[in-house]
Unconditional design. Structure first.
Length: 176
């Protein structure tokens, strides 16, 4: 048989259960001058005012049960909790697998569209258009043809950089 705890659990008023007799008692304690207070028995059914819990209606108790812990940030998930799947979770059903495959196909199609966006040039101009080269302006590589003015004072260096960038684009372009 296990031994009783040295310091049994006490309520807010100091009432504990005596491990030998299983009665509710206020355990003995020491006074400041060193003398010892005797152990006091508590009558069965008596609840001191300190132990009476505050009345909470059903809606209030439900709200308390749903309340987030103090300091919780909405939308934040711990990195370890986000990567791990629930161990007791059932395997996905047929419809869940189907939806997952559809999401993967949509993501692949979006990647294809992004990859093919720059390769749609029929004239072989690459990212920079002819109008930008003729005016001495440099394109930002934006698909809508937005042109930024050349802020470099040395135009020969900027033209050389533009031609090197254009040459690297042509090398990436695989024309058969």
């Amino acid at each position: 048989m296990s031994r009783p705890p040295v310091f049994p659990e006490q309520t807010a008023s100091g009432i504990a259960v005596d491990p030998r007799t299983l009665e509710r008692v206020i355990p003995e304690s020491k006074r400041a001058d060193g003398s010892v207070r005797k152990q006091l028995k508590v009558r069965p059914g008596f609840t001191p005012q300190e132990d009476v819990s505050r009345f909470r209606g059903t809606r209030q108790t439900q709200m308390d049960a749903r309340a987030l812990p103090k300091g919780h940030i909405l939308g934040w998930v711990a990195p370890s909790a986000a990567t791990q799947s629930k161990p007791g979770a059932p395997p996905p059903n047929k419809n869940a697998k189907k939806r997952q495959n559809q999401r993967a196909k949509k993501a692949a199609q979006k990647e294809e569209v992004r990859d093919n966006w720059e390769d749609d040039d029929e004239d072989g101009e690459g990212v920079a258009g002819k109008g930008a080269e003729d005016k001495g302006e440099k394109s930002d590589g934006k698909p809508n043809g937005a042109v930024a003015p050349n802020t470099s004072t040395n135009t020969q260096k900027s033209e050389q950089e533009d031609s090197d960038a254009l040459a690297s684009k042509f090398e990436k372009l695989d024309v058969k």
